[in-house]
Design a protein around this ligand. Structure first.
Ligand SMILES: O=P(O)(O)OC[C@H]1O[C@](O)(CO)[C@@H](O)[C@@H]1O
Ligand SMILES: [Mn+2]
Length: 439
């Protein structure tokens, strides 16, 4: 464990120590203090505003239950604001047991784990899992996604960008261009798709991406660019023909993921792509299976021929199992990926069968690199702390104060240009790590 208990409040996070709201100058503190209560307030607001629609969809019996859910969410907000200790989760799912075991283990290390003395990952995941619990314990609202309204808005905001990217994709799929250049271009477009995330904006849909026609200009903000290594990893033959993509957000980001996957399949760099989704509503915008189906239906109903064409191509990939959607509860546990082997060894083995595993987004980054305040020059291989199921790639725009794998001095230079460089989503990394075999 780290020295959280040994240092006073009001400090920046010490090096090599777990991120936590215990450190007042951290983004974790700001998140627990300001952002998490706002997310709960907004979710409650939406439920209240759309009450009649919800009842129409889920039936009259849902009326009282919805009240109960709103009550639970308000209670949770109060618990955060008054820093109450975490309680055990209720339910019979596998993940409930894992959360409770984890809490028990934490209680041995820290007295009464709570939002401000726990590892940030635990505090934040606990909030989303508690939100889920409120729905799960009802009879009629079990399947409800409280973030659906925001996801729909986000999809609608991105339509113009989707058309542009769709035209570009169909064009490069038809012509005999330089595949490496095209792949790297798509990879970078995909990276910037991660700027569109709803939890960082507290659920507010920004039209940032819509305005930014010059995505190219953003590429100068890639602080570590291993695109060439990623290209080499996909374009050289290995025993495996599978590429795994651990998805992050629905909306424009998901669309960029599907575009990249189409390019990979059409050009035969893999024969199969497995998309890993969350099994419960998560960090507002994270992809669930139903979001993929919904997206394809929307694209198919579009008045734009490019979007319709892509939807048909992608539905065919799914029907013929060239693309599959994979559900595992592990992804929403409050633990880092070094712990995957002990929580879900089958999943670790499954990832090992892929020729490359692509991790999308900021939260995956935090989990890949153990939610620690690394010195920015720490090599990626070291910060992975033994998590090497296969060749790994992380595409992430910076939205949390954790970073590794940067060249000497780059962190300081970037901070001098932009004080908030770690959290605005304006900077990105494309980081690659070869499979490391420990003998
Ligand atoms: O969708 P992403 O890229 O994983 O980002 C989730 C966001 O939520 C946060 O956890 C903050 O609450 C950040 O780490 C990150 O900005
Ligand atoms: Mn996300």
């Amino acid at each position: 464990m780290d020295q959280r208990c040994a240092v006073g409040l009001d400090l920046r996070t010490p090096l090599n120590v777990s991120l936590s709201a215990f450190y007042r100058r951290s983004f974790a503190y700001h998140t627990v203090q300001k952002r998490m209560p706002v997310i709960l307030t907004q979710t409650i607001d939406i439920l209240v505003r759309t009450k009649e629609n919800i009842i129409k969809t889920y039936g009259e019996d849902a009326r009282e239950e919805l009240k109960g859910v709103i009550g639970e969410l308000s209670k949770l907000k109060y618990e955060i604001q008054t820093n109450k200790p975490f309680r055990k989760l209720i339910g019979d799912n596998w993940d409930v047991e894992q959360y409770n075991k984890y809490l028990e283990h934490q209680s041995v290390i820290i007295e009464h784990p709570n939002f401000y003395n726990s590892i940030w990952l635990h505090s934040e995941c606990y909030m989303y899992r508690r939100m889920r619990e409120a729905f799960e314990l009802t009879n009629n609202l079990k399947d409800m996604d409280p973030f659906e309204t925001q996801k729909v808005q986000s999809y609608n905001t991105a339509k113009i960008l989707m058309e542009q990217l769709g035209n570009y994709l169909l064009n490069i799929l038809e012509k005999d261009g330089d595949k490496k250049t095209e792949f790297i271009q798509l990879l970078k477009l995909n990276l910037w798709g991660n700027k569109c995330d709803l939890s960082i904006t507290n659920g507010v849909v920004s039209n940032d991406m819509e305005q930014s026609h010059e995505l190219e200009a953003l590429n100068t903000n890639i602080l570590c660019d291993h695109s060439e290594n990623v290209w080499n990893a996909i374009s050289t033959d290995t025993q495996s023909e599978i590429i795994d993509i651990v998805l992050d957000n629905a909306g424009y980001e998901l669309y960029t993921d599907l575009c990249l996957a189409d390019f990979v399949i059409t050009n035969k760099y893999a024969t199969k792509i497995r998309f890993y989704v969350k099994t419960i509503p998560w960090f507002i915008s994270d992809v669930l299976t139903k979001d993929i189906n919904w997206t394809l239906t929307q694209l198919n109903a579009s008045d734009n021929p490019t979007l319709r064409k892509l939807s048909q191509r992608w539905s065919n990939y799914l029907d013929s199992k060239i693309w599959t959607v994979e559900e595992h509860d592990f992804w929403t546990l409050p633990v880092s990926y070094t712990e995957m082997i002990s929580y879900d060894v089958e999943l670790y083995r499954k990832l090992s069968d892929a020729k490359l595993v692509v991790f999308k987004g900021d939260l995956n980054y935090r989990k890949l690199f153990g939610e620690k305040n690394w010195s920015p020059e720490t090599p990626v291989e070291e910060a992975l702390q033994g998590f090497h199921p296969s060749r790994l790639c992380s595409l992430r725009t910076l939205k949390a104060d954790i970073i590794c794998g940067l060249k000497e001095g780059l962190a300081e230079m970037t901070a001098a240009k932009s004080e908030d460089w770690l959290i605005t989503g304006n900077y990105g990394v494309i980081q690659y790590c070869d499979k490391v075999v420990i003998v």
